[in-house]
Design a protein around this ligand. Structure first.
Ligand code: APR
Length: 170
């Protein structure tokens, strides 16, 4: 299993090659961690997002991921991914796993050695913490990603505890 660490903190401070953003399909910013990342990265990040091709206003369909520069953040890349809105999709676990997998694959494709994840879909998108933690850690544990150092930046103790419990039972 890749070196997987859990921290309680603000992902915009993560000193890694790639910081993952829990975005929406338009990929033009938002609240939560999306807002924090854009605020910390500065306007260059939004300018890069605008350059990502959109089909009917969608730059990143749910479960997919896109990579951009990181503006003023202490990282080389921001990987924008869109998790499922828990109560709106029929297969939330599959789409959440896909968001993690596509983010990890983009990190590997861009020679990253370290990646920081927030708790994708666990805020506005309403994904239950225990279930999200299980999907996140199982997906990251795949042998394909064992060269990556992975750190989860969890924004509060409740979320951290859910990840910690899931990691302890793996
Ligand atoms: N660092 C790390 N985690 C954070 C930060 C931060 N600075 N700010 C918020 N979080 C946490 C939230 O507490 C939650 O646990 O990130 C997790 C994901 O919550 P959201 O940011 O609400 O993301 P999500 O649930 O995936 O909803 C995405 O919200 O902000 C909009 O544009 C975004 O439409 C999209 C939707």
């Amino acid at each position: 299993m890749a070196d997987t660490r859990l921290v309680v903190g603000d992902i915009t401070t993560a000193e890694v090659d790639a910081i993952v953003n829990a975005a929406n399909e338009r990929m033009l910013g938002g609240g939560g961690v999306d807002g924090a990342i854009h605020r910390a990265a500065g306007p260059d990040l939004l300018a890069e997002c605008r350059k990502v091709p959109a089909v009917n206003g969608i730059r990143c369909p749910t479960g997919e991921a896109r990579i951009t520069g990181a503006g003023n953040l202490p990282a080389r890349y921001v990987i924008h991914t869109v998790g499922p809105v828990y109560h709106q999709v029929s297969h939330p676990a599959a789409l959440l796993a896909s968001a993690y997998r596509n983010s990890l694959q983009l990190a590997l494709d861009n020679a990253c050695r370290s990646i920081a994840f927030p708790a994708i879909s666990c805020g506005v998108f309403g994904y239950p913490l225990e279930a999200a933690a299980k999907v996140a850690l199982e997906t990251c544990a795949a042998r394909d990603y064992e060269s990556l150092n992975i750190v989860f930046y969890l924004f509060d103790e409740t979320t951290y505890s859910a990840w910690h419990r899931s990691l302890s039972t793996r």
